[in-house]
Structure formats: C-alpha cells, structure tokens
Design a protein around this ligand. Structure first.
Ligand SMILES: NC(=O)C1=CN([C@@H]2O[C@H](COP(=O)(O)OP(=O)(O)OC[C@H]3O[C@@H](n4cnc5c(N)ncnc54)[C@H](OP(=O)(O)O)[C@@H]3O)[C@@H](O)[C@H]2O)C=CC1
Ligand SMILES: CC(=O)N[C@@H](CCC(=O)OP(=O)(O)O)C(=O)O
Length: 345
C-alpha cells in the first residue's frame, strides 16, 4: 500500500483528494494536516466521508510526513516549496497542486506569483503533471507540478492543432469560465453567495497568472512563437469549468481531417473524450469524474476552428489529475481509483 499524506486537507482540492483516495485500492491515508482544525476528525467536518476516512486532522508541525511514500500539497502557493526539499531528501515523492514548480523560468515565476522562490534548486527536477502530454516523465518523477485548472483545458484543446502546425500560434484566444470552488474554500467578498450567485463576470482580464504557465507549455509544441489571450470568468455554479478556444487555421484541412487529428491524438488517453464533431460538452457531464470532454466546431466552414472543452475543475483540473500522476509514479494502472462516472444529472 502507498502511504499518503495530504497537506491542506480542509480545502476543496484537499477534500477532493480524500474523496478519491479513500476508495483507492492501493492507498493508505496516513496523515492529513490542517493548521486550524488540529484534532478534529475528518468526517466531522465532511460527513460524506463518514465510514470511509477515520483519521483526524493534525497540525502540520505534529506529523512526521517523512513516514509517507507520497505527500500531496493542496495548499496555497509557497507552502510546498518550503517543505519539498526535506521530504525529497527523505525519499518521499511530492505532488504539488499549487504553482510552486510549474514555471521553469524563476524570474517569470517570481514576477507572476509575487513571492520569492525558496527552493529554486528543485525547479529543473520538477515534472509538469499533465499525463496526456508528459506521461513518460511523470513515471520517473519524484516531484510533480500539477497543472492549473484553466491551463489543463487550454493545453489539451490547443496542443493537437499546434503540434500539427495547422494554426496561427501567435493568435490563440481562450474564453474560459470557472465555478466558484475554483477560488478555494475561503472567506472572500467576491465569492460570497450573494455576490457570486445570480451573477456573471470576467476577472483577471489584463493578466492572469495562468497565462505564463500555459504559454510556456504550449510553446513546447509549436515552432512558431505562441501568443495567447486568456480571459477567465466566474460563473454561478460550484464545480465545473468550460473553455471556448479559438484558433486561426493557416492550412487547408477538412472538418473530417480535423476531427481525426483530435481522435488520433487522444485515442489512447482514457481521460480525454473527443466528442462527435459539432457537439456541446457540458460541465455537468464531468461533475465528480476525472474526465475532460472536448468538441470541435468551425463556423460557416471558415478559417476559425473552435474547441469547446469541459472538465470538473476539482477533478481533472486538480485532484483527479494529481491521483492520475501518483498512479503513474508508483507504476499502477493509470486509472486506478479514477474510473467513476460523472453525476447524472
Ligand atoms: N480549487 C480549484 O479548483 C483548484 C485549485 N488549485 C490549487 O490547489 C491549491 C489548493 O486550492 P484549494 O483547495 O482550492 O484551496 P483552499 O483555500 O480551499 O484550501 C487551502 C488549504 O491549505 C491549508 N493551508 C493554507 N495555508 C497553509 C500553510 N501556510 N501551511 C499549511 N497549510 C495551509 C488550509 O488549511 P488550514 O488553514 O486549516 O491549514 C486549506 O486546507 C491552491 O494552490 C490552488 O491554486 C489548482 C487547481 C484547481
Ligand atoms: C474561480 C477562481 O478564482 N479560480 C482560480 C483558479 C484556481 C487554480 O487552478 O489556480 P492555481 O492553482 O494556479 O492557483 C483563479 O482564477 O485564481
């Protein structure tokens, strides 16, 4: 059994890890930290886990995480970088759901996140945890930088087009929407019920921290310089993310060939569903499941291709993806514990 520790067990991605790992056949949940809820049984806070998780939260300084085989950091940016060096030295694998190791360029990281990096020596060693694009490296990794939720949708939607050299890399547009759980479980005016329900707005339009992460990853697949306009929006739902991606075709290609390009790209990828041409993937069809659904459109058969992408921000956009990485790192079948179907309706 893999002994698992979770730092930040009270937050949304932390408890989503618990939901997935509590029924994972190869995992023994060993330690779950919370600074505020030291001693509280996990199931008292999250009754859905009654009968499945018998642990209590522990203050971070009261647990020895080096007894674990792998530690997930479901914490704000800056926490994993402080603890990863000691854990890695002790032979513990680390999966960070935050951004500490996602950006390889230290100056870009520090400018984007406005914090100094305290473990820059680990940045090169970290592997970007998007299995569909990085599977072999993840298998051999000790330190995973789990992707951001928006970047997952943008990469899986744009990469087949960029790889095939079919679109103008300098003119990519992503119009994305997230449910409110994307902002985490914290008290903040903008995510109060009265502010975010029955409401709809864009945010981060002049610059969002997911742009540099996404551009750097997309650039790996493009000969031409990538330029991305990314606009996130907050939608009045709890879970779910929908991205509408626009790219300009630069070569002659039929709709059938475009569809085949995506079907071929993802045919061996169990967690990416390429829907029939012209479909409309719904966030509801991904709720609680580690799946990303996408579909292609081309208005009036012109030179703009639109990729619609839907996922659950907490599962394929965060904790499910992290478990997918863990499975690969420990030589397990990639889908172990991740094959449940989305909620209906
Ligand atoms: N929500 C989402 O959809 C996604 C989130 N992410 C990323 O995952 C990470 C976690 O997000 P999310 O679960 O939403 O966040 P939450 O705000 O819901 O939870 C944060 C957790 O971290 C703990 N924590 C906070 N500060 C510290 C600290 N200094 N040391 C140790 N523990 C700390 C908190 O518990 P306590 O205060 O009790 O210690 C809490 O359990 C973030 O980096 C986020 O950007 C990535 C993809 C999607
Ligand atoms: C709705 C909402 O606020 N979403 C978050 C994205 C959460 C996430 O995936 O971001 P990181 O892991 O990179 O912090 C935001 O836009 O900041």
């Amino acid at each position: 059994m893999i002994k698992v520790g979770i730092v930040g067990g009270t937050g949304y991605t932390g408890v989503e890890l618990l939901r997935l790992l509590a029924v994972h056949p190869q995992v023994q949940l060993t330690a779950i930290t919370s600074r505020k809820e030291d001693g509280l049984p996990v199931a008292d806070m999250y009754p859905s886990l009654r009968g499945h998780v018998n642990l209590a939260f522990s203050a971070p300084d009261k647990v020895d995480l080096t007894q674990c085989d792998v530690v997930f950091f479901a914490t704000p940016h800056g926490v994993a970088m402080a603890q990863a060096p000691v854990l890695l030295k002790a032979g513990v694998k680390v999966i960070d759901l935050a951004a500490d190791f996602r950006i390889k360029d230290l100056a870009v990281f520090e400018k984007t996140y406005k914090i100094p990096h305290t473990a820059p020596q680990l940045i090169d060693e970290a592997v970007y945890g998007l299995p569909e694009l990085n599977r072999d490296d993840i298998k051999g990794a000790n330190l995973i930088a789990n992707p951001g939720c928006y970047p997952t949708t943008m990469q899986l939607g744009f990469v087949p087009l960029l790889k095939a050299g079919l679109v103008d890399a300098g003119n990519l547009i992503a119009d994305c929407k997230s449910g409110v759980s994307g902002a985490g479980r914290k008290a903040e005016i903008g995510i109060l019920f009265s502010e975010s329900s029955d409401n709809f707005k864009a945010y981060g339009v002049s610059g969002h921290r997911h742009t540099p992460e996404t551009v750097a990853q997309l650039q790996r697949f493009s000969k031409d310089k990538v330029n991305l306009i990314f606009t996130p929006h907050l939608v009045p739902m709890i879970r779910g993310m929908h991205s509408t991606l626009y790219a300009r075709l630069t070569k002659e290609i039929s709709n059938e060939e475009l569809q085949k390009l995506f079907e071929d790209a993802y045919q061996d990828q169990p967690f990416v569903d390429v829907m029939p041409w012209g479909s409309h993937p719904e966030t509801r069809s991904t709720r609680g499941a580690n799946v990303l659904r996408l579909a292609l459109h081309r208005p009036d058969n012109g030179n703009t291709v639109i990729v619609l992408v839907a996922q659950d921000n907490l599962v394929k956009g965060a904790s499910g993806q992290a478990v997918q990485c863990m499975n690969l790192m420990f030589g397990l079948e990639e889908g172990t514990g991740l094959n449940n179907i989305a909620l209906l309706p």
